[in-house]
Design a protein around this ligand. Structure first.
Ligand code: NAD
Ligand code: UGA
Length: 479
């Protein structure tokens, strides 16, 4: 029954499935890793010879793909065949918040996970270890097990199919996914079958020290993942709440963060105030926790966590309102250069990016936005803003009120400062810290403003130029 693990299949070739399986293939050359996805276009991109076309940008990923693709790492649309050959199947599909029905707006939509369980039940053969890699509400393993058990029973007790289900949540951050996967703080495995746990942990043992592999029961593992994200997001909301207070009192959030971060109980990481947390997971995972807490009748617990999301939404609108206020109370027809659209640097992912909500607010007020991001495709920005790109704007010379509430993408930041009333830094891309603000000041329309929601600009950098600077949480520069 416990044969040597030779073949892995991962269902879901997304931000988690793609990089995670690439690293496993790299570290375990004797295991065949097949990554499958129902989205054929995505699989084609993973297979493209031009590595710039990989569907996901992560530092270090290209090199691994070069080494392993076609060797022991394969991207395929043949889900049936890859499941049938696999000894272990990772479920790494999307688990977004439900849009309708019971729990809409909070609970996770598990239809993709259930579809996977059914595919595994139908196509697998022999003994298969099914691993939850997706972030899931506590007790999801129960649903997966019941689908798999039904498959076993429908074979009339035929021993050809048997399963164990484990939870192995992923803690990687986008932008540092490869580094996180290669040197994880910990690997978490939850389950009740010791042998199955051993088989999975043996994979990680190829590069992760044993002391960093934590084994728990399956429910603790599922809940630990939601809790980790809730704690991290709570830290961002906490520091962003303090940034607003700093701006009102003359304190500086960077100094406050440094002062509290030296307390080893608090720690210095994850204390950068910004435009509000984005990314596909923080909001959805907290809302999921809120839903679960309510479900178990723990309304105070639910309210506590919901506050983290409320603060984040409020904070994003606070920044849009502040921009409007500083630009003399109206931005209709004003040209604003947006620097960064991804939810953080070093990723092309825009899901839940603070830039979406802030840009929407500004467009609603009639601004003309010139949006730059080194990695985000303009089509993605159109999709996120629900407004098509107005390429006529690229000929922009001066205010044209008929263009209000529209946007275009920018390749050359330097020339885009021409006639701009403001520049707003929303993503901390390294190249934005090298902007020639002296040159920008000459090109902009005055009074001109720079809004730095990522603290990448030093006050002294702008001192000698005719530019007004607002920096997140910096009460020392309140005007
Ligand atoms: P994603 O949307 O990038 O990728 C999911 C992929 O699964 C999609 O390409 C989709 O086509 C495919 N898929 C869905 N159902 C399928 C099916 N039945 N058969 C085949 N393919 C199917 O999602 P992601 O960002 O990789 O996240 C996946 C899970 O991992 C989520 O639960 C998320 O919460 C969790 N997670 C994400 C991150 C992150 O940084 N993005 C980090 C840790 C955990
Ligand atoms: C986060 C967690 O860090 C991962 O451990 C987890 O696996 C992942 O969610 C997930 O489950 O999806 P990620 O969303 O990729 O990773 O990125 P983070 O680095 O956590 O940043 C999230 C958001 O918080 C970003 O918008 C970022 O700009 C913001 N942030 C982060 C701050 O505003 N300040 C900080 O100090 C840190």
């Amino acid at each position: 029954m416990y044969k040597l693990l030779k073949n892995i299949c991962c269902i879901g070739a997304g931000y988690v499935g793609g990089p995670t399986m690439s690293v496993i293939a790299d570290k375990c050359p004797n295991i065949i890793v097949n990554v499958v996805d129902s989205n054929k276009k995505r699989i084609d991109l993973w297979n493209s010879t031009d590595l710039n076309k990989l569907p996901i940008f992560e530092p270090g990923l290209e090199q691994i793909i070069k080494r392993c693709r076609g060797r022991n790492l394969h991207f395929s649309s043949n889900i049936r065949e890859c499941i049938a050959k696999a000894d272990m199947i990772f479920i790494s599909v999307n688990t977004p918040t439900k849009k309708k029905g019971i729990g809409a707006g909070k609970a996770s939509d598990l239809k993709w996970v259930e579809a996977c369980a059914r595919q595994v039940a139908e196509f697998s053969s022999g003994y298969t270890i099914v691993v939850e890699k997706s972030t899931l509400p506590v007790k999801t393993a129960e649903a997966i097990k019941s689908i798999l058990e039904t498959a076993q029973l429908s074979l009339g007790g035929d021993s050809k199919k048997s399963f164990d289900v484990l939870s192995n949540p992923e803690f990687l951050s986008e932008g540092s996914a490869i580094e996180d996967l290669e040197n994880p703080d910990r690997v978490l495995i939850g389950g009740d079958n010791k042998k199955a746990i051993k088989i999975l942990s043996n994979i990680y043992r190829n590069w992760v020290p044993e002391k960093n592999i934590i084994c728990t029961n399956i429910w603790s593992s599922e809940l630990a993942k939601l809790t980790a994200n809730a704690f991290l997001a709570q830290r961002i909301s906490s520091i962003n709440a303090i940034s607003a207070l700093c701006e009102s009192t003359g304190a500086d959030v960077r100094e406050v963060a440094r002062a509290i971060g030296t307390d080893s109980r608090i720690g210095s990481k994850f204390l950068d105030s910004g435009p509000g947390f984005g990314g596909s997971c923080f909001k959805k995972d907290i809302l999921n926790l809120v839903y679960l807490s309510n479900y178990f009748g723990l309304n105070e617990v639910a309210n506590f966590w919901e506050g983290v999301v409320h603060l984040n939404n409020w904070h994003q609108h606070r920044i849009s309102e502040l921009i409007i206020k500083k630009l003399l109370g109206t931005i209709t027809g004003k040209k604003i250069l947006i620097l960064g659209f991804a939810f953080k640097a070093n990723t092309n992912d825009t899901r839940e990016s603070a830039a979406i909500s802030i840009c929407r607010d500004l467009l609603e007020e009639g601004a003309i936005l010139f949006i730059h991001d080194p990695k985000v495709d303009p089509n993605q920005i159109s999709e996120d803003l629900k407004i098509k790109e107005n390429i006529e704007l690229k000929k922009y010379k001066e205010i044209n009120y008929s263009e209000e509430g529209s946007w275009c993408s920018v390749i050359n930041i330097k020339s885009s400062f021409k006639n701009a009333d403001a520049a707003v830094v929303l993503t901390e891309w390294e190249e934005y810290s090298r902007i020639d603000w002296g040159d920008a000041a000459i090109k902009m329309r005055h009074p001109a403003w720079v809004f730095d929601a990522r603290s990448i600009i030093e006050k002294d950098q702008l001192k000698s130029f005719d530019l007004n600077l607002w920096r997140i949480g910096d009460g020392s520069m309140v005007k």
